[in-house]
Design a protein around this ligand. Structure first.
Ligand code: IPE
Ligand code: IPE
Ligand code: MG
Length: 242
């Protein structure tokens, strides 16, 4: 896998339900199949030495608005993933972290997540960030609230707040900006994912549903990325004004 200089891939793993429905199966089967894609993609990206992979596994809106039975199944799958994938994460030097309000999850699930985070904390390979009960607007609100607290306590001058200061209060201060944002299952929207970090991300959307995704799809996205001209507001070919 040629990373093309990409440091951070973020993926909106969508289409589990549609994948199952197209096969006459219940949505739950799609979520179960999606776990296999997660394992394969994480392992391949880690072996390719990608520094950072963020996977959108559950939005705040999903957590609030999906039927209780579906949310319960997702909690079971998440807990199982945290237990079953530990060995694979360790083998591949992956450090697991999360972004989102997981404190709202059942305590048993949070405990397994914390255990996996602690076990993998010293790994120096890829960082795998799972976005769980995550919302981009919520993350920005939480950061703003934190800044306000520091100002109120007299520890921060409002005039000193710049983009770097703001970014330091996001859920994962060390998260690099997203280079490549992948969305599966074809919808052309961001669905409240990493609103701050995707400012200049290149976007790749595939009609393929998440349970069908394997390494070749990631390689296609990277090949497409290599053909893009990232101007960051400048002119073609790069180069700042002097
Ligand atoms: C993505 O698949 C997984 C989650 C959001 C948890 P969906 O469950 O959204 O699948 P579709 O979009 O209904 O096909
Ligand atoms: C985005 O998918 C969230 C995740 C993949 C976790 P959704 O299925 O929630 O997105 P919408 O509702 O189609 O925008
Ligand atoms: Mg969906």
């Amino acid at each position: 896998m040629d990373l093309q200089g990409v440091r951070h891939i973020a993926i909106i793993m969508d289409g589990n339900g549609r994948w199952a429905e197209a096969r006459g199966m219940v949505r739950a089967r799609g979520h179960r199949a999606g776990v296999d894609s997660v394992r394969e993609v994480v392992t391949d990206c880690a072996r390719a030495h990608l520094p950072w992979l963020t996977l959108y596994a559950l939005s705040t809106e999903n957590f609030k608005m999906r039927p209780a039975l579906e949310v319960r199944l997702l909690m079971v799958l998440l807990k199982r993933f945290m237990i079953n994938e530990r060995a694979t994460l360790m083998e591949n030097g992956v450090r697991l972290i999360t972004a989102g309000r997981i404190q709202e999850f059942p305590a048993r699930v949070v405990a397994e997540i914390r255990r996996t985070e602690a076990l993998t904390a010293g790994n120096r390979g890829m960082t795998l960030c799972l976005a769980l009960n995550y919302g981009g607007r919520g993350e920005i609100v939480d950061a703003a609230r934190e800044l306000a607290r520091e100002v109120r306590a007299g520890n921060l001058d409002p005039e000193s707040i710049d983009e770097a200061a703001f970014a330091q209060r996001l859920y994962c201060p060390s998260m690099p900006d997203v280079d490549l944002l992948v969305r599966t299952a074809g919808d052309l929207r961001v669905s409240n994912f990493l609103l701050w970090q995707i400012s200049y991300a290149e976007i790749f959307v595939t009609p393929m549903c998440w349970p069908d995704v394997r390494r070749p799809l990631i390689e296609s996205a990277l090949a497409e990325y290599a053909r893009r001209d990232r101007r960051f507001g400048g002119v073609q070919g790069g180069g700042a004004a002097s």
